[in-house]
Design a protein around this ligand. Structure first.
Ligand SMILES: N[C@@H](CCC(=O)N[C@@H](CS)C(=O)NCC(=O)O)C(=O)O
Length: 240
């Protein structure tokens, strides 16, 4: 099994995965890569993971993907990148326990909620964590207003219906990191303002696939501090 430590510039390119074998290029704290890790865990797909040092990317990684971002999947000499594309690809090549909705209207609905997330929430989320301190009160209001759209879109018990599905897994990684909002910007997602979302978060935390892929709020906070200092510790918590 490859080491979990992030591979850097100058490292030797690992030999390609054997025939039929799947490899994920990831970074342990990346929310986009977590989307794909959640799909892999929920579907029970055997795979190996190679973590990438995103500040000192290996040359061979940049040869695999022009975008230079994780997640990336590799199987039988073929490369797929972009988290949402990776997840649909996984359902395409491993059709058992298909997570992506088959119904075109439901698939469209889920994509529209993700588009709402991108348009109304994600940017403010990033600004709260990484942005200027004096702008935070205004941004916090925009974030909370935007999150209301997501609360309204939640068809209980899960975004995807009776069971967690694509939309739940594709949104979850940011909710898992909400403690960073509280600590960096004092913004709390409370049950009285967001009763459906807070109940959904409790339900998500009980799922085995979420337990398998998540880090605790304390670890996210520790990683967040290294990220904000400009020196992300991709190997945080791993043995020397
Ligand atoms: N749109 C991409 C975003 C992926 C992304 O931003 N990944 C970050 C890590 S969280 C990354 O690889 N950053 C390295 C870089 O941009 O150079 C996706 O959905 O996969």
């Amino acid at each position: 099994m490859p080491s979990e430590k992030a591979m850097k510039t100058g490292s030797a390119c690992p030999p390609p995965p054997g025939p039929g074998k799947l490899r994920l290029y990831s970074m342990r704290f990346c929310p986009y890569a977590e989307r794909t890790r959640l799909f892999l865990a929920a579907k029970g797909i055997e795979h190996e993971t190679i973590n990438i040092h995103l500040r000192e990317k290996p040359e061979w990684f940049l040869e695999k993907t022009p975008v230079g971002q994780v997640p990336v999947l590799e199987k039988d000499g073929k490369i797929v990148y972009e988290s949402l594309v990776c997840n649909e690809y996984l359902d395409g090549i491993y059709p058992d326990k298909c997570i992506t909705p088959r119904d075109p209207l439901e698939k469209a609905r889920q994509s529209m909620v993700l588009a709402l997330w991108d348009a109304k929430v994600a940017g403010f989320y990033n600004k709260l964590v990484f942005g200027k301190e004096d702008e935070r009160p205004a941004v916090a209001k925009q974030f909370v207003d935007g999150l209301q759209y997501i609360e309204n879109a939640l068809t209980q018990p899960f975004f995807s219906g009776d069971k967690a599905g694509a939309l739940d897994y594709n949104l979850w990684p940011w909710f898992e990191r909400f403690s960073m909002l509280k600590n960096c910007a004092g913004v709390e997602v409370s049950a009285d303002k967001f009763p459906k979302l807070t109940a959904w978060m409790e339900r998500m935390l009980e799922l085995p696939e979420v337990k398998a892929c998540s880090f605790s709020p304390e670890v996210h906070d520790q990683y967040g501090k290294t990220l904000l200092s400009g020196k992300s510790d991709y190997d945080l918590g791993l043995e020397e």
